[in-house]
Design a protein around this ligand. Structure first.
Ligand code: 4AD
Ligand code: MG
Length: 463
């Protein structure tokens, strides 16, 4: 008999023989009948298995405990209990794998901290099942959104010799023997003897290579793992996260903002249209305002204002007695508390902040006439703060070179990037969406470690 997944079984008409396979969530009952809640990951919902105790050996029934893996054949019948339309009246059960009393997920309601310690098993909980299914759906929707618009998926390298963001928070990649590092005559590390014949790291962004793509293919996006060695132990930072980076020729900053807003709304709507079982579960379990917040984002136009105007609002708030941990003033890099004040308290909707001071933004951003600001745009979201960072890019070879000199950046490694400005330079723009930050918003999870299967953070690379 062909096995049907639980998601399918729950939609089938009663009155047929079926085969289900999955993991036991709970078993309860009395001396005559046992009820097993079976889940196979295809849906948040379980299928109920009803066993007449006398039909099965005591030994077999003893093996069916929380966490065990079983196959069940039986009749799909209308359920008499509430909560499900159909259930399986079992005729035979095979135990694939027992789970003894040391199985850590015996009870419901474990803390998120505890579940992080057993990240190898937490996908078997309702919460992580829901999160991981939503994660999959969002990844799929990202590809669909861009494919439908004629963007090409460009695979940018993970190992790189350039530091896109210039923040210096890169993980080095080497095959050198760390106990015996080759040195140059000046006593420096001799990277010419390393695997790539130069110093390399894991990428902090695919953008620079993305710009090579958009100045050839028109509109591209990258979507892949990204690595940052900043030692920030916050609920919003990972050392390994996934970033979506579209890059578009002939887009100015306004086109860029339009795309970012359309993109996020598309993803939120896709989640509401396709993941409602899981979202409803998370809404009821953790965050009663989740669904309302998701629907809210679809209704409103995002507020668009300049950094300078944003600072004025924050300064006024401080004058009116609002307390921030970090000081406010023109030139500061906004902290999450500032971003969230603008979004949650002042406007009550997402905000796109533009035209940041050039000194707190990366070298490649288009310089404004005022000589002080650049055409940056950050999309700020309720509960999250920054969810997208992007900009119009500086397309002038001269201006970009001058900025690189001003920052005393190592230019030799960037010759290929500068060639895009040397040959057929084009006005263009792009942005990066933190995939896990999006997932925090869509799932309502308050810690970024709980929206990725195996989080990488300082002092944590288990599993
Ligand atoms: O603002 P960021 O640093 O921008 C860039 O890297 C640009 N090169 C993107 C581009 O224009 N193509 O990062 C983009 C986004 C942030 O807004 C945030 O959502 C996410 O990536 N992000 C992180 N997410 C999790 N953990 C971290 N340590 C993150 N750092 C950035
Ligand atoms: Mg940023």
């Amino acid at each position: 008999m062909k096995r049907l997944k639980v998601a399918q079984l729950l939609k089938e008409a009663p009155g047929q023989k079926v085969l289900a396979k999955g993991w036991v969530r709970t078993k309860r009952g009395n001396k005559n009948v046992a009820f097993i809640a079976l889940n196979d990951g295809s849906t948040i919902n379980n299928i109920q298995i009803v066993c007449d105790v006398e039909k099965f050996s005591e030994d077999l029934l003893k093996q069916i405990t929380t966490g065990a893996c079983i196959a069940v054949e039986g009749d799909l019948v209308e359920s008499m209990g509430s909560g499900q339309a159909v259930e399986i009246q079992a005729s035979s059960i095979e135990v694939y794998g027992i789970a003894d009393s040391t199985y850590p997920l015996q009870k419901k309601g474990h803390s998120m901290e505890f579940l992080r310690e057993i990240a190898h098993l937490r996908p078997r909980t309702n919460t992580f099942g829901a999160v991981l299914r939503i994660r999959h759906s969002m990844a799929f929707a990202i590809h669909k959104f861009f494919n439908d618009k004629g963007f090409y998926y460009l695979h940018t390298p993970l190992i790189t010799a350039s530091d896109c963001e210039g923040a210096g928070a890169m993980f080095q990649v080497t095959t050198m023997d760390l106990d015996n590092i080759p040195k140059t005559e000046e006593g420096k590390v001799d990277f010419s003897q390393d695997f790539f014949g130069r110093q390399t790291s894991l990428t902090v962004s695919g953008q620079l290579e993305g710009e090579l793509g958009d100045t050839a293919l028109g509109e591209i996006y990258t979507f892949g793992p990204t690595f940052r060695a900043e030692n920030s132990n916050t609920p919003r930072h990972l050392a390994e996260f996934w970033m979506v980076e579209p890059e578009m020729a002939f887009y100015d900053i306004n086109d860029n903002m339009d795309l970012a807003e359309e993109f996020i709304k598309y993803l939120v709507k896709y989640a509401l249209d396709n993941c409602m079982d899981d979202i409803t579960f998370l809404n009821n379990m953790f965050d009663k305002e989740l669904i309302g917040r998701l629907q809210g984002v679809l209704k409103d136009n995002f507020v668009r204002l300049t950094y300078t105007e944003g600072i004025k609002i924050l300064e006024k708030a401080v004058a009116d007695g609002v307390k921030f941990e970090y000081p406010v003033g023109w030139g500061i890099d906004l902290q999450s508390e500032h971003e969230r004040y603008l979004v949650e308290k002042h406007f009550g909707k997402p905000v796109i902040l533009t035209d940041y001071p050039k000194d707190i933004k990366a070298f490649y951003m288009k310089q404004n006439e005022d000589g002080k600001t650049v055409r940056a745009m950050d999309v700020l979201f309720p509960k999250i703060g920054e969810i997208i960072g992007g900009s119009q890019r500086e397309e002038s070879f001269e201006k970009l070179s001058a900025r690189i000199d001003e920052l005393k950046m190592e230019t030799r490694g960037l010759w290929w990037y500068m060639d895009t400005r040397r040959f057929g330079s084009a006005p263009h723009s792009g942005f990066g969406l933190g995939f896990e930050r999006l997932l925090m918003f869509v799932t309502g999870m308050s810690n970024i470690r709980d929206v990725i299967p195996f989080p990488r953070t300082p002092n944590n690379a288990e599993f």
